[in-house]
Design a protein around this ligand. Structure first.
Ligand SMILES: Nc1nc2c(ncn2[C@@H]2O[C@H](COP(=O)(O)OP(=O)(O)O)[C@@H](O)[C@H]2O)c(=O)[nH]1
Ligand SMILES: [Mg+2]
Length: 336
């Protein structure tokens, strides 16, 4: 499900825009009066959410169906779920403020719409991209496995990518990745220092996309982060922070802020399959003002990486509701 917001002076105009852009199958998730400027309508269309092993879409109102105001139970449920996940109070408050302003009768859809208003969602490019993408983060966060997943995904879509590793100091840093690239018949170039990285990217210039693996960094160690920054300014490189789910929320927020200092704007969470509390991810994205990119939810290299959307994130946060929605769809064959 893809959510999109429309602003217009009147409700009729907003509905016309929804229909024009998203078609008759659009689902109205929420409507909101905006003082003095008109209305904001959030609508959704069903579409594949990559291959994250998440449950089904949330049941929401079909286009044209009358809007039912949300009951207090919707707000209670969203609030309960947010408390369970343990994000900092300021983050929860922002989400609750956004959700309270909406008319949604379903907790899953309400949470998705709230997340959509508070966070940015910017999936990694699939296809030609001018900047090399360098995955950065603390040791063991899942950078190398994610590079392998991205290579595999690109390979399956018939788009071989260029791969460079800068993780040359740690024993085995290269071996782990070269085992995957060999299978995919991709050439892995290693670059020991920023100058070598610039040269490696020059060599890979023809590739549709270049992925760069990096050594784990201690975000609180100035020398470590200076070294990372030296790599990042070597060429036109976009860093993406890889952070595992399940960390302490305050810690994750502080770590993400340190990576923001070296220019990171996108967050790619991993180990969604191994955590029941995702407050640390909300804290990281919120405090470091990062958008959510894709997410990893299995240790298997062939799948489990997909774009994180407000809906997929809400499903991971509300697995019970997501499973119930899945069962309803199986029984009735509809989302309504
Ligand atoms: N269950 C699970 N394990 C993961 C996921 N992502 C990474 N891992 C595991 O986390 C460990 C560290 O991953 P690795 O890619 O080597 O981390 P790096 O040090 O950041 O390169 C490995 O055992 C991975 O298999 C995930 O989404 N789910
Ligand atoms: Mg690694």
């Amino acid at each position: 499900m893809r959510l999109k917001s429309f602003h217009a002076p009147t409700m009729a105009e907003a509905m016309r825009l929804v229909r024009e852009v998203l078609g008759d199958d659009a689902i109205i998730v929420a409507t909101r009066e905006e003082d003095g400027v008109g209305v904001r309508v959030t609508a959704a269309v069903e579409e594949e959410d990559g291959n994250l092993p998440a449950p089904s879409p949330a049941p929401v109102l079909r286009f044209g169906a009358p809007l039912e105001p949300q009951g207090p139970d919707v707000l209670d449920r969203v609030s309960e779920v947010l408390l369970h996940h343990g994000a900092p109070a300021a983050v929860n408050q922002q989400i609750m403020d956004a959700v309270s302003d909406l008319d949604v009768r379903d907790p899953l859809a309400a949470l998705a719409a709230g997340l959509d208003q508070v966070f940015g969602f910017q999936p990694l490019p699939d296809g030609r991209y001018p900047r090399a993408l360098m995955l950065v983060g603390p040791p063991g966060s899942g950078k190398t496995l994610t590079i392998a997943k991205l290579c595999t995904r690109a390979f399956r879509n018939g788009r071989p990518v260029g791969v460079v590793s800068t993780d040359t100091v740690r024993a085995g840093g290269i071996d782990q990745l070269s085992a995957y690239t060999r299978l995919l018949k991709l050439r892995l170039i290693t670059a020991e220092d920023p100058v070598a990285l610039a040269d490696a990217l020059e060599v890979q210039k023809g590739a549709e996309q270049v992925l760069v693996d990096s050594a784990g960094r201690n975000p609180y160690d100035e020398a470590d982060m200076r070294e990372l920054r030296d790599f990042l300014v070597a060429a036109d490189i976009e860093p993406v922070l890889v952070l595992p789910a399940g960390l302490d929320a305050q810690e994750a927020g502080e770590m993400a802020r340190a990576f923001r200092q070296v220019g990171v704007r996108r967050l790619l969470p991993t180990r969604l399959d191994m955590a029941r509390r995702l407050g640390s991810l909300l804290a990281a994205a919120y405090e470091a003002e990062m958008s959510f990119a894709d997410a990893s939810a299995t240790p298997k290299v062939i799948d489990g990486l997909g774009a994180l959307t407000p809906t997929t994130l809400a499903r991971f946060m509300m697995p019970e509701e997501a499973a119930a929605a899945q069962r309803r769809i199986k029984q009735t064959g509809t989302h309504a």
